[in-house]
Design a protein around this ligand. Sequence first.
Ligand SMILES: Nc1ncnc2c1ncn2[C@@H]1O[C@H](COP(=O)(O)OP(=O)(O)OP(=O)(O)O)[C@@H](O)[C@H]1O
Ligand SMILES: [Mg+2]
Ligand SMILES: [Zn+2]
Length: 304
Amino acid sequence: MHRFRFSSEIFAAGSSFHSPPQLPPVAAARGSRYSPEKLFARSRVNATETLCPVCGGTGWKEVGPDPKARQVARCDCALSGRVQRLIAQARIPARYEHCEFSEFSTDFPGAEASLEKAKLVAERFVAGYPVENDGRGLLIVGAVGVGKTHLAVAVLKELLRKGIPGLFCDYRDLLKQVQNSYNPSVQTTEMELLRPIFETEVVLLDELGAVKPTEWVWDTVSHVLNTRYNDKRTTLITTNFPDLPPHSSDEPIDNFSRARRAAREETLGDRITERMRSRLHEMCKKVEITGKDFRQQVKSASFR
Ligand SMILES: Nc1ncnc2c1ncn2[C@@H]1O[C@H](COP(=O)(O)OP(=O)(O)OP(=O)(O)O)[C@@H](O)[C@H]1O
Ligand SMILES: [Mg+2]
Ligand SMILES: [Zn+2]
């Protein structure tokens, strides 16, 4: 089934490190292929080649930021070949590989209630998939570092473990791919490059709105999102921008309002058009996370 199936045999063979098995005297005298030295050498090769480096072959790995509060989760090596393949194909960046529900804390000092609520909605989403979602995804909204990508990746990984194909896609990378798809020096057609993003059952689009594309690139991006919606494919989205309409363009531009505009935060409507923002509300269930930047607040606190 998978590479680490024989871990118990490896442990058994490994015991010969300390006490080589007693061979019949005749075999030992002949220096046959069953000699303790050869057994020893073979088990050492097996041990380094086949033991999973993450869990050491136990099938369970430690998770959680706090080494004192020990938590374990199933190691990916214990999953079926198909699931392992799906996980490998999902292109989850290494920096988010640790993102699991079990590792998403909601009860640290200063944690806001929205964190617990968001986790619950996300867990229910996975449990009800695909029957209860009917193609609708999640739109995870919140300020920098509150855990949006962590939660979205946790959902994606659980769906992969259910055997559902999924893909992680950074918004900036998507825009680059769209741009390349029009580049005549790149020898691929638009469809070939973008096929996975159109066709994969679940796509996580991380940091929507992070950059503002040119008009023709945006046309393709909105085509991708609309096509996924029409085909009832699920899109998980994270964004830093507040889920509000664009600031109206008919504000008079005097010096005062110009300064106000520069100071104020841009909205999701400003970044992706109001039309697309309202389309996203049809496509996705909104999950709002409030609170402080986890990287700054919680991680630094735990090292004090
Ligand atoms: N509630 C949490 N419990 C455990 N770890 C968390 C939690 N929230 C965030 N983290 C960790 O903090 C880091 C930042 O989280 P994440 O990248 O998900 O934030 P984000 O909201 O996507 O930020 P950005 O807006 O910059 O994209 C990650 O390493 C993540 O695993
Ligand atoms: Mg993020
Ligand atoms: Zn493992």
